[in-house]
Design a protein. Structure first.
Length: 167
């Protein structure tokens, strides 16, 4: 009886090893990576981080994260697989809040045209880091565990009108 229990336990253990999320076909091995997002050396939360590979053969494997209160952004590939392929990346970072303008009123004409309540956009991270072609942030992910600090400069708060129909 003892042997049967051990055998069943061993079979269940082997079966569970195969229960993990399988990587999509062709996906390179993923390396654990945490980026610590800082402004003037202090952690910043809610930063949307995206990595753009310099090796274009990796471009189909999108990598990103959102930083937590401690500034840590634990990278995921395709939004669900922990880690990122090894390689050199440009890093984009943005923290923007879009909200209705407090106390704003629409005229009857604006309502009839389907215009929504005016909105404002508040930017908390230097906009130069927002796009791949303007950021100067670079990170290299190596095999194994990676942990790197990225300082986004001085904290900022810039408010401007926002129109979702204009890009």
């Amino acid at each position: 009886m003892k042997r049967i229990c051990v055998l069943i336990g061993l079979l269940m253990f082997v079966w569970c090893l195969g229960c993990g999320k399988k990587l999509p076909e062709g996906m390179p091995p993923l390396q654990s990576c945490t980026l610590i997002m800082l402004q003037d050396g202090k952690p910043v939360d809610d930063v949307l981080v995206r990595l753009y590979p310099m090796d274009k053969s990796l471009s189909k494997w999108t990598v990103g994260a959102i930083s937590q209160k401690n500034g840590e952004a634990v990278l995921k590939t395709l939004g669900q697989y922990n880690g990122a392929p090894a390689g050199k990346y440009k890093v984009t970072a943005m923290k923007t809040l879009i909200q209705d303008v407090e106390g704003a009123k629409l005229t009857e004409e604006q309502k009839a045209e389907g215009i929504g309540v005016p909105q404002k956009k508040t930017i908390y991270v230097n906009p130069k880091y927002e796009f791949e072609n303007t950021t100067d942030l670079v990170v290299e992910i190596y095999e194994g565990t990676n942990r790197e600090e990225i300082d986004l400069g001085a904290p900022m708060k810039k408010e401007e009108a926002y129109n979702p129909n204009k890009f």
